[in-house]
Design a protein around this ligand. Structure first.
Ligand code: ZN
Length: 668
């Protein structure tokens, strides 16, 4: 009885979802949703308070990611929020609406560059209007550090409206100086060659446990000398990190067990010193903690925002394990060796012993930094290759986030528009959620962790092609195995129809629907998108003679239909084998050729058609989330418990965050 009640309570929300509003805002190419935290009430009060402190810490690094994305971001945010708060003119009409759209977009991207394409966001209002907005906002709404309205207009209006100033946050075009041409704030006065040489000199080729060079610092050149400004207490971003540490100390006192307490304390040590050895020690402790129910990421983690892939953006995810759904990934991870042994890759690159593939499904309680409002749906950490090899990695899928996506998307007409047949649509409604969940499990739990590098290969040889190829490797692993009869045997899916849904979806997305996120005439830039087109297009081309994937036309609309699932599976296997070889041997030229041939360029006519079809549906291609409120329950001066509330205003949450969690000066 108790068990049943718990189960009902965990999933109870699914029955009452009719009255829960998943999507709460839409503007430009963005839709804002909410996610629920099922199971929070079943945690102990101590766990709930722990989550409260970690959630506060998740929000305190918000300014860091803004500053990392572009050095003028915090100043611009303070100006446009000042206008929003204080503008005395008419708050209606086309120009005002355009201002609000701009403000919301900048919030969403944690800066003035698009969160996904990294192109500068250009406002839809006129320069004259911006001047008027500033003029009609009382001085007290602007930070005195900005030096008054005249200076604001002179310096910041061009930064906001001029498309030639800082046009791209991350520019990885071939043949340019990627450091100089990228607006991100990871380098100053430094060229790409100088930065690469700086870190090449630092690396010791015989070190089998190298730190992640450059991960937590800005590289600057002053008076002809290169040095790192380290992000730690007393260093760059020190004020925000101090606050994070203050909250982590509160959390450490509430840890569920000794191991978790040690983890938090090690993270604090790292934040205090900026010592990357301590970060590695922290990661090793963290990856070995399989016991704690509550878990979190808080730090400088992913390097996608640096064109050279050294510097990590600040992010946080607070979560707790979803015990029931974790069963699924446990089955997968328990069979990790079987998957590795049967993988279609060259035996030389197989791990003889797959270790530490832990897998769990989590319920997200709070998102912060680079994970907010736009969030990943899975995490696989740590990133350092040698730690993964020796200690394994931790993989999680964020089930309440994907579930929210799924619920918000039901019935928006997207699938009906791009799927060839009604049968495809029906199968999708039946198995789509399960199919994408299992794909994510395989990608995160096994895909990234499989395979090994050849002797002498360090793992950074593929440079800017490394990210899309790594994602392709993990996706291909998932695609290859989701169609394996073993999946049904293990009780993970009722039939291989689930895999067929995933194949159709993957090809449709890789060749068509993901392009709805790319501007007409532009190339594909983002690593995950490059990976998906690389796989889909390569298979389409290779399978042409056998008509494995067929391009169909109906009433002027294009569709891609998978004709032979088993043969498509073999193609996935072949490409996995090749990409594993490229990674394992560090074959830069072959990796570059795969990406440049299949992943980057877009068929203009098809793209145009897709955008027209998509426009009619009026769906924003990108989604993101507001956070639930974790509200502390206070007795005397201590927090004794916490509860969850679901706010429904994106604007209010953003304004509140700027007010409550601004710990950095406008320039750092
Ligand atoms: Zn991945």
């Amino acid at each position: 009885m108790t068990l049943l009640m718990v189960t009902l309570a965990l999933h109870g929300c699914k029955d009452k979802e009719d009255d829960f509003k998943w999507q709460i805002d839409q503007f430009a190419d963005i839709r804002i949703m909410r996610y629920r935290i099922p199971g929070f009430e079943q945690l102990s009060p101590q766990q709930r308070v722990l989550i409260y402190y970690l959630s506060e810490a998740a929000k305190c690094g918000r300014d860091i990611i803004w500053d990392q994305n572009y050095k003028h971001n915090l100043a611009i945010r303070s100006i446009i929020e000042g206008i929003y708060s204080g503008y005395t003119g008419e708050r209606s009409g086309e120009q005002w609406e355009q201002f609000m759209i701009y403000l919301k977009r900048v919030w969403f991207s944690n800066g003035i560059h698009h969160h996904y394409s990294s192109d500068k966001i250009l406002p839809g209002f006129s320069t004259e209007y911006l001047t008027e907005l500033i003029n009609l906002t009382p001085d007290k709404f602007f930070s005195s550090l900005l030096g008054g309205k005249e200076r604001i207009k002179e310096i910041y209006i061009p930064i906001i409206v001029d498309p030639t100033i800082a046009p791209k946050r991350v520019n990885q075009d071939a043949g340019i100086d990627m450091v100089v041409q990228s607006a991100c704030n990871y380098y100053e006065g430094v060229t790409q060659i100088e930065a690469e040489r700086f870190y090449a000199d630092m690396a010791n080729p015989t070190d089998s446990t190298p730190i992640s060079y450059g991960l937590n610092s800005k590289l600057v050149k002053e008076n002809g000398k290169l040095f790192e400004k380290v992000w730690c207490i007393g260093g760059m971003y020190g004020k925000a990190i101090e606050r994070i540490v203050f909250l982590l100390e509160k959390a450490a006192a509430l840890a569920e067990n000794e191991q978790q307490q040690k983890i938090i304390e090690k993270l604090i040590e790292y934040y205090k010193t900026g010592d990357l050895r301590k970060f590695d020690e922290y990661n090793i402790l963290w990856v070995n903690d399989l016991q704690s129910r509550v878990d979190f990421v808080n730090g400088f983690i992913e390097t996608y925002g640096d064109p050279l892939g050294y510097k990590a953006s600040w992010e946080s995810v607070v979560n707790f394990r979803d015990e029931e759904a974790t069963r699924r990934t446990r089955i997968i991870s328990n069979n990790a060796q079987w998957f590795e042994d049967h993988s279609p890759i060259d035996d030389r690159f197989k791990k003889k012993e797959v270790r530490g593939v832990t897998a769990k499904v989590i319920t997200v309680a709070q998102l912060g930094g680079d994970c907010y409002p736009s969030t990943p749906i899975g995490i696989n950490l740590p990133n350092a290759d040698w730690i993964r090899k020796v200690h394994g990695s931790k993989s999680v899928t964020m089930d309440n986030i994907t579930y929210a996506y799924d619920q918000a998307a039901l019935g928006n007409g997207f699938l009906e528009e791009f799927a060839w047949s009604e049968e495809e649509v029906d199968l999708n409604k039946r198995y789509g959620y399960l199919a994408s969940s299992i794909h994510t499990d395989l990608h995160e739990c096994l895909g990234h962790g499989s395979g090994q590098l050849a002797e002498g290969v360090k793992g950074d040889e593929l440079k800017n092609y490394g990210s899309p190829l790594e994602e392709a490797r993990a996706d291909l692993f998932a695609l290859y195995y989701i169609m394996d009869p073993k999946m049904v045997e293990l009780g993970l899916m009722p039939s291989l129809d689930v895999a067929r849904v995933q194949y159709s979806n993957y090809i449709r997305n890789g060749l068509m629907t993901q392009l709805t996120r790319v501007e007409l005439g532009k190339n594909i830039e983002q690593a995950h998108m490059r990976n998906r087109q690389l796989i889909a297009k390569w298979c389409y081309e290779q399978g042409r003679a056998d008509n494995i994937i067929e391009r169909m036309e109906r009433e002027g609309k294009t569709y891609f239909v998978v004709n032979d699932y088993e043969k498509l599976r073999q193609l996935f296997g072949q490409l996995l084998r090749e990409i594993q070889r490229v990674k394992s041997t560090g074959d830069f030229e072959a990796g570059k050729s795969l990406v440049e041939t299949y992943a980057v360029k877009v068929d203009y006519d098809l793209h145009k058609q897709l955008l027209e079809r998509f426009a009619k549906l009026n769906i924003a291609p990108y989604g993101g989330f507001v956070n639930p409120l974790i509200v502390p329950i206070i007795q005397g001066d201590s927090v004794v418990d916490a509860k969850v509330e679901y706010p429904s205003s994106y604007v209010e949450q953003m304004m509140e965050y700027s007010k409550k969690y601004s710990y950095l000066p406008l320039y750092n």
